[in-house]
Design a protein around this ligand. Structure first.
Ligand code: FES
Length: 100
């Protein structure tokens, strides 16, 4: 039986199983655009093993963390670059930022 923990993705609480990566937490939150390419195209995890860099996000205030390599801990705060930029993934105004 696995334990659930609560983390925050773009300021919203999300329950994930202990041992989940931050990338999983972002996807469980329903966010599929982690960051934007230089031309503005949405990007998300591709390799899942720390090579492609498409999964980067801010974790506990530290930018450019590879979310596929970081295990969640209770209270972890994950902010996608899309939300941090205020662009809002898929045009959703609820994902306008990571401020408290
Ligand atoms: S998904 Fe490729 S580095 Fe994280």
């Amino acid at each position: 039986m696995s334990t659930s923990i609560e983390v925050f993705v773009n300021s919203a609480p999300v329950e994930v199983k202990a041992g989940s990566t931050a990338a999983v937490a972002i996807l469980v939150a329903g966010v599929d655009a982690f960051r934007l390419s230089p031309s503005g195209q949405p990007r998300g995890p591709l390799c899942g093993m720390g090579i492609c860099a498409e999964c980067r996000a801010t974790i506990d205030g530290v930018a450019n963390q590879y979310t596929c390599l970081r295990l969640c801990h209770p209270g972890m705060r994950i902010c996608t670059e899309v939300a941090a930029a205020g662009a809002g993934a898929r045009g959703d105004a609820r994902e306008s930022g990571c401020s408290e």
